[in-house]
Design a protein around this ligand. Structure first.
Ligand code: SAH
Length: 338
């Protein structure tokens, strides 16, 4: 299978010349037959990478509280769309919904919509979330527009394609992927690298347009930096190890760090943050929630809760590298955690 996708990309380069990093990523992840996300579930211990909701239920519970609070601040609309972008196994949504069961009127008002392109993960989500009757969409433009919307996405934006530029004597050129014999190489080979992502910025802009038109708020969590800066953050992960970005095509997850300064500028509504994941979760009361869960837990469960909490909020774990940014419709809501 790898060979087929490698050949497809090779032939495309032979025909059309070098391709951009974004095109390469789009094919490696999203090729309808051989793309990475078209195949089996990539998450968890037996997969390639682990995400915050897979680390601990506390993550989804906190995001659930955030969403319910936004809904209350919005005046408890009778119907609203709860849209998750790139829901993975459905774990985050399931934890959010479980944690908010007792919020009066909330479950009756929410309609679960999921933006997902992976057939394998869709299946998994259908299993996890069958009780909530979710509706799937492959593109944002297919999500209905008639009512308010609250959007969440964890490690979604990093999966969208991005561009790299290289500083050369004559100015700046886009970094391309070319062929050297049978191998893929970057051209130009040297020079300082800058990144941008037309796709991520556009996604955020489109979400913000919806917030303004429909009312609501959005929350995105991802690894990345607060301020735009030079550097190559293109990365490939397979079986929890970093691998070469140009090898293992279709078999490794490809991402880059999200530029939160750029996202903030792309969203032309009220922007909250960015703040670190550790600060966000602490402000929402994650330590208190963990302490509460531990009271009713066995010794072993208590240890698992503590480990999960540590991993989510401590600086040398996920607490600092991961950032959180929010967007609102600019009217009534003042989201918690920022
Ligand atoms: N949010 C989940 C999964 C993160 S992995 C978690 O935290 O565990 C990235 C998710 O985004 C996967 O579900 C993947 O299939 C989905 N995805 C990636 N690119 C996408 C795109 N262009 N459109 C829709 N979904 C996409």
């Amino acid at each position: 299978m790898t060979n087929s996708l490698k050949d497809i990309i090779k032939n495309k380069i032979l025909e059309d010349g070098p391709m951009t990093v974004g095109q390469f990523m789009g094919l490696a992840l999203g090729h309808p037959e051989y793309g990475y996300y078209m195949k089996a579930d990539p998450l968890g211990r037996g997969g390639d990478f682990t995400t915050a909701p897979e680390v601990s239920q506390l993550f989804g519970e906190m995001i659930g509280v955030w969403v319910a609070d936004v809904w209350i601040q919005m005046g408890r609309p009778k119907e609203f769309i709860l849209l998750e972008c790139g829901p993975g196994r459905g774990t985050l949504m399931a934890d959010m919904l479980r944690a908010t069961k007792k919020v009066e009127g909330f479950h009756g008002a929410l309609r679960v919509h999921l933006l997902e392109m992976s057939p394998a993960l869709k299946e998994k989500q259908a299993e996890t979330l069958s009780a909530y009757n979710p509706q799937w969409h492959e593109v944002l433009s297919d999500v209905p527009e008639g009512c308010p919307v609250i959007v969440i996405g964890n490690e979604f934006l990093d999966a969208l394609p991005f561009q790299q530029f290289v500083k050369v004597d004559e100015g700046e050129v886009e970094r391309m992927i070319a062929l050297d014999g049978d191998e893929f190489i970057f051209v130009p080979a040297e020079g300082e690298i800058f990144e941008a992502s037309v796709e991520r910025d556009k996604f955020v802009r489109d979400v913000c347009r919806r917030l303004k038109n429909q009312g609501g708020a959005a929350l995105f969590v991802d690894y990345g930096h607060m301020k735009s800066a030079a550097g190559d953050t293109f990365q490939a992960v397979k079986s929890h190890e970093y691998v070469d970005v140009l090898s293992d095509i279709g078999m490794a997850d490809l991402t880059s760090h999200v530029d939160f300064e750029a996202l903030g500028k792309a969203g032309d509504t009220v922007v909250c943050g960015p703040v670190t994941q550790g600060a966000f979760l602490s402000a929402l009361g994650i330590e208190m929630r963990a302490a509460m869960l531990k009271q009713k837990a066995s010794e072993q469960q208590a240890e698992t809760i503590e480990k999960g909490l540590h991993r989510l909020i401590v600086s040398d774990q996920m607490g600092t590298l991961f950032k959180v940014i929010g967007f609102t419709d600019g009217r009534s809501v003042n989201p918690a955690g920022f």
